[in-house]
Design a protein around this ligand. Sequence first.
Ligand SMILES: Cc1cc2nc3c(=O)[nH]c(=O)nc-3n(C[C@H](O)[C@H](O)[C@H](O)COP(=O)(O)OP(=O)(O)OC[C@H]3O[C@@H](n4cnc5c(N)ncnc54)[C@H](O)[C@@H]3O)c2cc1C
Length: 541
Amino acid sequence: MNQPTTLEPYNLFSTDPVLADAVAREGASDLAGLADFGERMGTEAMFGLGRDANAFSPTLRTHDRFGDRVDEVDYHPAYHSLMEFSIREGIHASHYDGRPGDGRYIERNARMFMGAQVEVGHHCPTSMTGAVLHALNHQPDVAEVWAPRIKTRSYDPRLIEASKKSGVLMGMGMTERQGGSDVRANTSTAAPIDGGGPGGLYALTGHKWFTSAPMCDAFLVLAYAPNGLSCFLLPRILPDESRNSIHLMRLKDKLGNRSNASSEIEYTDATAWLIGEEGRGVNTIIEMVSGTRVDCTNWSAAMMRQAVSQAAWHVSGREAFGARLIDKPLMQNVVADLEIETEAATLMVMRLSGAFERSTVDEDEKAFFRLGSAVAKYWVTKRSTPIIREALECVGGNGFVEESILPRLYREAPLNAIWEGAGNVIALDVVRALQRAPEAGVAFVAELERASGVDPTLDGAIDQVKAALKEPSLNEADARRFIEQLAIAWSSALLIQHAPDAVSDAYVDSRLAGDHGFELGTLSSNVDVAAISRRAVPLPA
Ligand SMILES: Cc1cc2nc3c(=O)[nH]c(=O)nc-3n(C[C@H](O)[C@H](O)[C@H](O)COP(=O)(O)OP(=O)(O)OC[C@H]3O[C@@H](n4cnc5c(N)ncnc54)[C@H](O)[C@@H]3O)c2cc1C
């Protein structure tokens, strides 16, 4: 009946040479382990768990039948299965097992990339749980207690005191009703108990307007202590096994991300430990955000890959007007346009991951990551929405139907551009990064220059970036134009170095030289769209 077979089961790693080459280049050594993961992640059963975890969203139980507060969130068994799988695989924290720069983080990010293609919502807590460890470095005595609990490979969803659990999950509470991006507008307060101070106890009162994964065992949160906005570790259950004084008011009814609960929470004299110094809360929690930012950039690239794989698979197995769709020149143009953008996003995320992994032992990588993480977060999280939308259209009417994964990917896509810094905030962060840390600009130019001397269009773009970086002050209103200039030049440089000429030429000509229409599928006739579109079909290497 001219309906393609389902793509699943398929190996998410061995059918994706762009991913495999990128992670090998950035230091991954266990490629066989990644291929094994790709096989296990790409089963019909795993895709089914992803579907169910989103079809049956979590629900909040505020009270028991006697009227006492319970503040419990109930999740579908599919969600628990996904969590169990991802924690056992160490996606939350396996990268802390080894030495800095030994390739563990890039391997973990490859697993994250594959896992997010199947179900991304449950990765909100897996991402936050590991990322907390960066911030806990500011308070070694608290880290000593919590880090071993975080690093276990055991998913233990019981709401009991953390020391009695085989593994814990961690969340984050920054956003309040009156200010999300502008966290300094927070009104929650923290009163010292017994003098307070780093590692000391405080009583927190206030609210958080968004706290995702509220079933986490503890959260890093911001509140105003006497000396300013500070970071605290707030457990749900206290060491004496009593419930901390936090109440889940309701769960958000969201566009997407429906497997993941996002709550509104109120604190009334809730007990929490100060992490780092009073008044240094933003600097402390931002260490956590660095990790989760890379993850949500990764998720966007992963969802692009999943959407484009589904689209390319569909058009390979479907005929219209007497031929397979993938052999129709105009469809080839659309799929090729989707593919070059997805390849660029994959290269960017994996290059960024490598830089983050090496940033603790390499000052140049640290400087590059400072700017590169913001550029990638802005660009990849934004590009995913139009790419997924067009991929959905390739699948025709079936693409609009839930049974194809595409509607879920499409609803999910805009979120990554909002949390962990919305687009404008990230664009302004780039301006700030350059003003405060000019070495970040120098490192970014060095990154672009790895590809110089090959394509005059890129060489011209690098000169423009250099000239823009020389400006003593950047106009806020131009921040998006500026960050896009950086992103497209970086994408071009990556593709020139690591992709076949057909792909890099298509990208440079369309994105840098501007030979492209408003919509996707408008590559010029010089581009080898037939060859590029075939790269999008997920077939074993
Ligand atoms: C599903 C979901 C889950 C979430 N989970 C969590 C969580 O677990 N923990 C948590 O702390 N938060 C969470 N958030 C909150 C999220 O981080 C914030 O929504 C985000 O930081 C933006 O803050 P805001 O909503 O207050 O928007 P605002 O800060 O009011 O921003 C609104 C718009 O204004 C723009 N803007 C802001 N400042 C400027 C400026 N100076 N110039 C120009 N434009 C500007 C922004 O880019 C944005 O487009 C979650 C959000 C969602 C949607």
